[in-house]
Write a protein that binds this ligand. Sequence first.
Ligand SMILES: [Mg+2]
Length: 119
Amino acid sequence: MKQKILLVEDDPLLIDIYTTKLKEAGFEVSVATEGQMALELFEKDKPNFILLDIVLPNTNGWEVLKQIKENKGITKVVILSNLGQKEEIEKGIKLGADKYLIKANYTPSEVVEEIKKLL
Ligand SMILES: [Mg+2]
C-alpha cells in the first residue's frame, strides 16, 4: 500500500516540484496551500507524512503543528521551511515535528531522501 503524504506549501513552483518528486518516489500526494486546509486534509486522509511549510497565508505551520500535536498518531511531520534560526528549529521539534529541514540546505531529491529515512 502506498504511503500517503500531505504536502503543505503555498509556493506554486515548490508544489509542482515536490508533487512530482514525491509521486516518483511512490507516495500518494495531497496538497494544502494553507493551514486550515492542511488541518482538514489531515483529519480526512490520516496521512503517514506531512511535509510542512511554516510561512503560509492565514493559518501558519506553527498553528497546524499545535493543533495536530495531541492527535498526531501515525503521522510523521517533516518541517521544510526557510526559517532556520536555532529557536525556530527548537520550537518545531518541541511542537512535535520529527524532522526540521531548512529549504536552502536541501535539494528536492534530498528532501525526499530525508522523508524516506523516516519510513
Ligand atoms: Mg511558504
